[in-house]
Design a protein around this ligand. Structure first.
Ligand SMILES: [Mn+2]
Length: 414
């Protein structure tokens, strides 16, 4: 029996807008949260101890994180090297530089040449000798259309046809790996992909557009005893009959408010040939709380807001207060009191929405009577959305690419 810890989507260095600077360390508290949560995964790997750790991809928000973010990640995984626990790091879409053409942020770990510390940046099979015997890991990193197809092949094809062709190509490539497998050794498929049955989390906001979806039937092959996935941030098993389990462990920390209600954790697996028993282990991560109140019908909107805040556990949480009111109620709101009440949260935002404005175009610049360049319209819209601030630049880049019909950019986005 081989014991495995499967984690994914660490996204170390993201969500800084939900944190604040820790005056003692000078670091953003969300970086400290992510590092602390990753350390709990590594603690468990060492205390068990497991025979193998597999990481499903997306180490950082992009492939060129600043050095202190890289260190926070490497500092935890180096503990596995010290504990002599073999580790496989798979490359996700966020780890690829210029969509794979320029290498990946995790490639440096292979360059170091640490024994049994493997980087999965291509479709390949790795036979790993663990303390409890050998195991095979087939690595399938994030694939883009340009990895599998040339531009001339995709010309004049619809998106549906392209997906079909990609699926066929990948099936053939995977078949090649499957034929090389030793049928007597426990086998894992470790893949960063969007499966066609997955329920989405924040990743749908993190990647503009979508890549191609992989049918679950391509993964549920009898040669695989456990299918370890990464990419989708919501934990789920895509094959309830468990023959084999097809598991997204999800992200280890909440990346944004879309993950507010999700449990976060990692998966422990007991593996033998023909059988995988797995268990989702939750992590005690920082709480996100949305307080949403409609006070537009209230005589006393301030007391409604105070009551709503009082009813919510906000201590040390990342909080957003969203309330709807009429413009003539604005004078009834005591912002200083709201700030004072929310002060015990870890961080908070207050987002008032004027209901009288909801019926009309919210931005006068975007009135239907004005003709405006689509890109300017998007800029105007983004300027009005404080909550999209972090995404604004990449959204504009993506829009420019799409509007310009630039195939290069289209491929990068998709
Ligand atoms: Mn991903």
């Amino acid at each position: 029996m081989i014991k495995i810890l499967h984690l994914s989507d660490v996204h170390m260095g993201s969500g800084f807008s939900h944190g604040r600077v820790n005056p003692e360390t000078g670091l953003n508290t969300r970086l400290e949260d992510f590092a602390n949560t990753l350390s709990k995964c590594i603690d468990r790997a060492i205390s068990e101890p497991v025979d193998l750790v597999i990481f499903g991809g997306d180490a950082f928000p992009d492939s060129t994180p600043p050095p202190f973010v890289k260190e926070a990640f490497a500092g935890q995984f180096s503990r596995l090297v010290d504990a002599e626990i073999p580790t496989v790091l798979l490359v996700g879409n966020h780890d690829q530089y210029s969509q794979g053409q320029g290498g990946a942020s995790l490639g440096i770990y292979r360059t170091l040449g640490i024994p049994k510390f493997i980087v999965g940046d291509r479709l390949d099979t790795h036979r790993i000798e663990t303390r409890s015997g050998p195991v095979q890991v087939v690595t399938l990193p994030w694939l883009t259309r340009s990895t599998l197809m040339t531009r001339s092949e995709t010309e004049n094809l619809s998106m549906g046809d392209v997906n079909q062709l990609l699926t066929e190509k990948l099936t053939i490539a995977l078949e090649g790996e499957i034929r090389r497998l030793d049928p007597n050794i426990p086998t894992i498929l470790l893949a960063h992909l969007m499966a066609d049955k997955a329920i989405l989390g924040a990743e749908r906001f993190l990647a503009v557009g979508k890549g191609f979806n992989i049918p679950v039937s391509m993964l549920t092959r009898p040669c695989f005893d456990y299918v370890a996935l990464g990419h989708v941030h919501k934990h789920q098993n895509l094959n309830l009959s468990n023959n084999p389990p097809v598991i997204y462990p999800g992200s280890i920390e909440r990346v944004d408010f879309s993950e507010e209600k999700e449990d976060k954790g990692f998966v422990l697996v007991n593996l033998e040939r023909g059988r995988a028993d797995w268990e989702f282990c939750t992590l005690p991560v920082r709480v996100f709380q949305t307080i949403k109140v409609k006070v537009s019908d209230s005589e006393n909107p301030q007391s409604e807001l105070v009551k709503a805040i009082g009813k919510t556990e906000i201590q040390d949480a990342v909080v957003r207060l969203i309330y709807q009111l009429r413009s003539e109620q604005l004078d009834l709101i005591d912002n200083a009191e709201l700030h004072a009440l929310l002060g015990e949260a870890h961080s908070y935002t207050i987002q008032p929405e004027l209901v009288s404005q909801l019926a009309r175009p919210r931005l006068p610049e975007l009135n239907a009577n004005n003709s405006i360049d689509p890109l300017d319209a998007l800029k105007t819209y983004l300027a009005s959305r404080e909550d999209l601030k972090d995404l604004a630049e990449s959204m504009l880049e993506a829009a420019q690419g799409l509007l310009g019909g630039d195939e290069e950019v289209r491929q990068q986005i998709l």
